[in-house]
Write a new protein. Sequence first.
Length: 84
Amino acid sequence: TQHAYMRPYGVSTMLYSIDDEQGPSLYQVDPAGMYLGYKAAAAGTKDQEAINALEKVVKKKLDLTETETIQQAIGCLQAVLGMD
């Protein structure tokens, strides 16, 4: 379209799956239709801050249990949402 106010909204989608052979997988699809696999991803208003917080956790290369992974994700959320 020629005018920005006539463009439809874009939607970013994250898909998560668990496979018995390959384990967990996370994919993010952007509004253009391009998809990539990730170890951790974020989308939304404070996505860059969330990505930075998640990168710190992923760089540690910890072998976390399901409960520990959830605790790390909640910690990232609290850190990002506390920033203003």
